[in-house]
Design a protein around this ligand. Sequence first.
Ligand code: UT7
Length: 317
Amino acid sequence: MSIQILGTGSYVPEKIVTNDDLSKMVETSDEWITQRVGVRERHVSVHESAAEMGAIAAQRALEAAGITADQLGLIVGATVSADYGCPSLSAAIQNAIGASCPAFDVNSACSGFMFALDTAAAFIARGGIRYALVLGAERLSRILDWTDRSTCVIFGDGAGAAVVAPGESYLASHLFTSGNDSVLSIPLGKGNSPFYEKDVEPLAVHMSGQETFKFAVKQIVGDIKLICEQAGISPEQIDYIVPHQANIRIIDLAARRLGVPMEKFIVNIEKIGNTSSASVPISFDGLVRSGKLKKGDLIVLCAFGGGLSSGACLLRW
Ligand code: UT7
């Protein structure tokens, strides 16, 4: 048994931080960020927690799906910037929306939503779950080093969610992990132990940009080819690709290598930036709400990031 998407929702904080705002904080410029990354502005939380953003996105997805929180049988959330180590982000969202089903998080960094969706699909295939909520919610602004111009200009905050149910829309999927903390990592700092003697980097996003860039392009292209092969279609047959919004140049290169025109890629990086695990569901919600989708359209969701990890799936609308 496969799944279908019943409804999507998203939320980004009210506060917008522009490239010019950041130019006053670190040595950078609107020109550099726009040309090298593609971000012009990002939303940054002033008062919304990761769980509060996730709960609003979840509520919007439930409304779009036409169901209520008490009908949910499962919540699987993805995040690298949860408000608490415990309870999980998903547990906090369960409480906020008034659901009573099992709720837990997966952590696969920016690929997290792909891992969460596949997990929900597996639970639904097992049987016994009628509706599942899958989401990504991030308050990355909490864990960025705001003096590091190579990372703080890239990311933004936000949340995206989807309600899924048994169906026949999930045609293929692929997940990839290659454990490696030297390219992209978020160390959580030294902690409180008076006994621990090892040196630990402080809490922040650490990223080797160019290594990540090369990995990203290779994975998008390889993962999409693989799921197309699984489904017996060619990449030209895809109607829309919803990629992780990490860098417009990554998307552009992947489009050229796949031979798929840029118009088929959903791009919102200019206004949203990179919201890690929330990136794909926010962009997907934008596509769903744009009214462009027609019954039968073939849609790819794909992401890559820390782990290193990547994931992609093919959906029939
Ligand atoms: O979501 C997780 C996955 N993440 C990604 O996929 C990110 C992938 N990587 C990237 O998007 C790009 O590698 C970055 C946007 C992170 C960096 O762009 P780049 O073109 O690879 O730049 P670079 O790191 O090679 O740096 C080029 C120059 C350096 O100066 P020098 O050494 O040439 O003098 C940097 O210090 O640009 C400098 N630089 C900046 N200049 C102005 C780095 N950040 C900035 C900045 N403003 N914000």
